[in-house]
Design a protein around this ligand. Structure first.
Ligand code: SF4
Length: 588
């Protein structure tokens, strides 16, 4: 039997300085690397806890209490550039609460600023440089064994000694990624990665310097085993967060086949490059549950793509978007604006490209300058700046702030123009979707269209007024979905729409059809129950609701039926149960 070390280790994902308008999942989620470090420590019998403090109440009182309760010996912080002040603030509180605690910074934001952190912030004891699993484990072991002198021989670390900041030689990249213990044995998470490294060389991106330009891989077995472990814990949706998931097509197809063979009914998003997909891989990805691929397009201007060292062609971009959407996968385009030389014409070129590739989702970023990138080295030279810039309590530096030719007003105007043009044209992009006529993919096509309908009806696009003609679009998507295959969401979406416009009989008809295919679908049954209530058929509605007492809505509607039927006692009992469930959800 293994003996747990008495050492207590906390791994903290600290909060960001600015509240994010959109809080995308990739900012909310603890970076995957933290789970790998934690998994490694667990495998060596250390007591590890991960704290996702990306949005913790920033009062020092709450943080102090949480740290005092846990009494950690070592705290590792997962640092991105934008949350480094969160890390520093929490480290300060931790040291005040217990001066003996060892504070370690790691991650991409720490790796490129190790000297800065150790020079200016006495509350930071060590910085792990690059891949964290082995340096962090070796550091903890040395501390645990009471051998601080051994720390100097650990590769991939920086620390202070006799008033000097020192850095040991870099650790070798981990070549056999499968040797790493699978963190899914110990933790639940949704972000997975098949690879480490990126062959690209974009000048705004720190990934190649952090992970290396040679791509390293997990085996298909390791990857699918990890997915299966998480699936068995009830997780059904995943983000494959590799820089380019599809670098090795054979391996990705092997993964997709395994997911299908093992009947892992999951959906997932992936990230790729437009020059790394073809129809064969997209077919398998769609069959295995892929619903979205994000591509870095960056700009419609050839000149700007060249400046950013984004080595992709217009033809490549157009082809990737066309074939991705043809297989019923939402193609998302990332764009960067506020680049050197950005002007009305380059923005128009980007708009023209968007209109040509018709993406169903876009993300527009302003060009940021991060340590670890070629752009940052250029910035330091141009402005004769140093890492001391980060002593300011800022999250990042935007390129336009360093270029007198571009003003903030221009950039904000460009952003607005890009977004409003996209939203205005989005319905046309949806109308233009042409799915491949492959019977084998009909169920997936039906699901793709109904999911898209739901996105406009209840999801991200529902609240965006700049998108015209949403109602018509949504209904057409649901209807088109049903031309491919019976789909529960499409029936439900239409049922709700018909009810809202008081076409009660149409609603009953479409829901009846849906229920003939999916008799046990709780949402269809509840929606049908509501339709029956609208027709004052309370007893029939009640029968349906009572079959689904695990569903909050069913309880609430059943209570209303009892009330309408003159049975306040049963109504009150169900409402009580409903409230309990709601409170339980909130607490969860
Ligand atoms: S932006 Fe993407 S393709 Fe370019 S270097 Fe970074 S990870 Fe690689």
């Amino acid at each position: 039997m293994s003996i747990l070390s008495p050492m207590k280790i906390l791994l903290i994902y600290p909060y960001f300085l600015n509240t994010r308008l959109h809080n995308p999942a990739d900012v909310r989620a603890v970076p995957l690397g933290v789970y790998y470090v934690a998994g490694m420590l667990k495998q060596h019998n250390y007591d590890v806890e991960i704290l996702n403090w990306h949005n913790i109440n920033t009062t020092s009182h709450t943080i102090r209490e949480a740290l005092t309760d846990r009494r950690p010996d070592v705290i590792g912080f997962s640092i991105l550039n934008a949350n480094r002040w969160g890390g520093i603030d929490i480290a300060r509180i931790a040291k005040q609460a217990d001066p003996r605690v060892t504070v370690v910074f790691g991650g991409i934001g720490a790796t490129f600023l190790w000297q800065h952190f150790l020079t200016h912030f006495p509350e930071i004891d060590y910085v792990v440089i690059g891949e964290g699993e082995y340096p962090f484990l070796n550091l903890v072991r040395s501390l645990d064994a009471g051998q601080p002198q051994a720390i100097e021989s650990i590769q991939g670390l920086a620390f202070r000694k006799d008033g000097q900041v020192l850095r040991t030689p870099d650790a070798d990249p981990i070549h056999q990624l499968d040797d790493l213990p699978d963190p899914a044995q110990y933790f639940d998470f949704q972000h997975l990665a098949l690879t480490r490294g990126c062959g690209g060389n974009c000048n705004f991106c720190g990934s190649p310097r952090f992970w290396g330009r040679r791509v390293r891989f997990h085996s298909a077995d390791y990857f699918v085993d990890q997915l299966e472990r998480l699936f068995n814990k009830g997780i059904r949706f995943f983000y494959f967060s590799d820089d380019t998931f599809t670098v090795n097509k054979k391996r990705v197809i092997a993964i997709c086949r395994k997911i299908i063979e093992k009947k892992l009914d999951v959906t997932w998003n992936a990230i790729s490059r437009v020059d790394h997909v073809n129809e064969e891989i997209l077919y398998w990805m769609r069959k295995a549950g892929c619903i979205q691929i994000s591509y870095g397009v960056e700009s419609g201007s050839e000149k700007i793509r060249k400046f950013l060292l984004k080595n992709i062609s217009i033809e490549g971009i157009q082809s990737a978007f066309a074939i991705t959407q043809k297989y019923g996968i939402m193609a998302r385009a990332y764009f960067i604006y506020g680049n050197p030389g950005e002007n009305r014409q380059t923005i128009q070129e980007t708009i023209d490209l968007i209109n040509a590739i018709k993406p169903l989702s876009t993300i527009f970023y302003i060009l940021d300058i991060f340590p670890g990138t070629a752009l940052y080295e250029d910035f330091k030279q141009r402005l004769n700046a140093s890492d001391d810039i980060w002593l300011n309590r800022i999250e990042d530096i935007m390129y336009f702030e360093t270029d007198p030719d571009i003003t903030r007003e221009m950039i904000l105007g460009f952003g607005q123009k890009l977004r409003s043009s996209f939203f205005e044209n989005l319905p046309g992009f949806v109308e233009a979707i042409e799915l491949i006529d492959n019977v084998d993919l009909y169920p997936q096509h039906a699901r793709f269209l109904s999911r898209l309908g739901m996105t406009f009806d209840f999801g991200d696009y529902a609240a965006i007024d700049a998108i015209p003609n949403k109602d018509r679009l949504v209904e057409r998507l649901y209807q088109k979905s049903l031309t491919y295959f019976p789909d529960a969401e499409a029936y439900l979406g239409l049922g709700i729409r018909y009810q809202k416009r008081d076409a009660q009989q149409d609603a009953i008809d479409i829901l009846s059809k849906g229920l003939s295919h999916f008799p046990n679908d709780p949402r269809l049954n509840i929606c049908m129950g509501v339709g029956l209530m609208n027709q004052a058929k309370y007893d029939q509605a009640l029968d349906r609701f009572l079959k689904f007492q695990d569903e909050k809505d069913a309880l609430q509607f059943a209570a209303r039926c009892y009330e309408a039927m003159g049975d306040p006692e049963n109504a009150a009992a169900l409402l009580e149960k409903y409230k309990e469930m709601k409170n339980h959800d909130r607490a969860g």
